[in-house]
Design a protein around this ligand. Structure first.
Ligand code: SF4
Length: 338
């Protein structure tokens, strides 16, 4: 079995990290324990129990490639975890390409077993240029298993993401429109590095047409064939307010703090400073929370406050965290606001 990284937080440091979460004003933030594979974290049971004792709401995001599988989640039952998120990135071909041969079937077995155990489940899906057309198939699996929460991660080319293609603007537009449509099946949808979904959700809530997109039409047709017509297509879609560094903060295995898991900008370390102090006082985080610092078409966009573009994508493509989101399909003519 792979050994923990040499600089991984010790048990004492992990416990102190949990204590630090109680220092935020009001109630502690929601903690998502992820990895690598969080099931390999030493003393995980003790850490979960401490989080529960401190009344920190927490969820786990394990990998089914490692210790996490259909028979190994008894540790989570009764731990106080509010939910468990499992990655399902598409049909068997793409999922196994990304995560290893046989992992798709193992994931489906795991989802079924978790469903039977009564734990709240969230499915996470990475969307790239390679698996966009698999989205209706993932939706079908969610509906069959009665899973109500779907979090979509739009690829930022870090780590394993380097092996797959980023979405084009047309694909990004189609995927986000499809997610608005998919919400009509009664699924609670969230996006990571896909804030344009919020712009479209607001349009949907205001009865504004989503507009044409050939790929979107194809995705919709496939969904109808697989899942029937959505029954909640007119329902309002809740619009999230958090963004990288604003209601979201990432703490790595060694305590390094970043605005999000996809934005490699170090803003501090919990071993040197309390997390609340880093979060509230970091100059870069303060500037990120002030949307007027964002430039280009995002800076001129009427959806700046609610969307603001992906800061991680801007940083990856432009090397500048306040640049416009280069994949957004909205166009800005000179001198206009969008
Ligand atoms: S231009 Fe920027 S802020 Fe406007 S919708 Fe696109 S990504 Fe969002």
């Amino acid at each position: 079995m792979k050994l923990p990284a040499e600089d991984e937080l010790t048990l004492d440091q992990s416990m102190d990290f949990l204590n630090q979460l109680t220092e935020f004003n009001g109630k502690p933030p929601v903690l998502i324990m992820t990895g690598g594979d969080v099931m390999k974290k030493q003393n995980l049971a003790e850490i979960m129990h401490h989080a529960r004792d401190l009344k920190i709401p927490f969820a786990l995001s394990p990998a089914v490639t490692g210790l996490g599988n259909e028979g190994s989640f008894s540790l989570v039952e009764g731990s106080g975890a509010s939910s468990i998120s499992i990655s399902l990135d598409g049909k068997e071909g793409f999922h196994d390409y990304l995560r290893g041969i046989g992992v798709f079937q193992k994931t489906i077995r795991t989802l079924r077993a978790l469903k039977e155990s009564g734990i709240n489940i969230q499915v996470n899906t990475l969307v790239s240029g390679n698996n966009l057309t698999d989205l209706p198939w993932v939706l079908k699996i969610l509906l069959e298993l009665g899973i109500k929460t779907w979090e979509i991660f739009f690829l930022i080319k870090v780590g394993r993401g380097m092996d797959v293609e980023d979405v084009t603007s047309e694909q990004y537009d189609a995927a986000c429109k499809f997610l608005v449509y998919a919400a009509g099946y009664g699924i609670n949808i969230r996006t990571v590095e896909g804030p344009y979904f919020r712009k479209l959700s607001i349009d949907h809530n205001n009865d504004v047409s989503l507009g044409n997109n050939r790929l979107f039409s194809e995705l919709k047709e496939t969904a109808v064939k697989l899942c029937g017509h959505p029954e909640h297509g007119k329902d309002r879609i809740p619009v999230a307010k958090t963004s990288d560094g604003n209601g979201i903060i990432f703490v790595s295995h060694n305590g390094r703090v970043r605005p999000s898991g996809f934005l490699p900008l170090d803003v501090g370390n919990i071993l040197d400073k309390r997390l609340v102090e880093v979060y509230e006082k970091s100059e870069i985080l303060k500037r990120m929370r002030d949307r007027s610092n964002i430039t280009g078409k995002c800076g001129a966009c009427q959806y700046l406050e609610v969307c603001g573009g992906s800061r991680a994508r801007a940083y990856f493509y432009r090397g500048e965290v306040f640049a416009e989101d280069p994949v957004c399909p909205l166009q800005l003519n000179q001198g206009e606001s969008i």
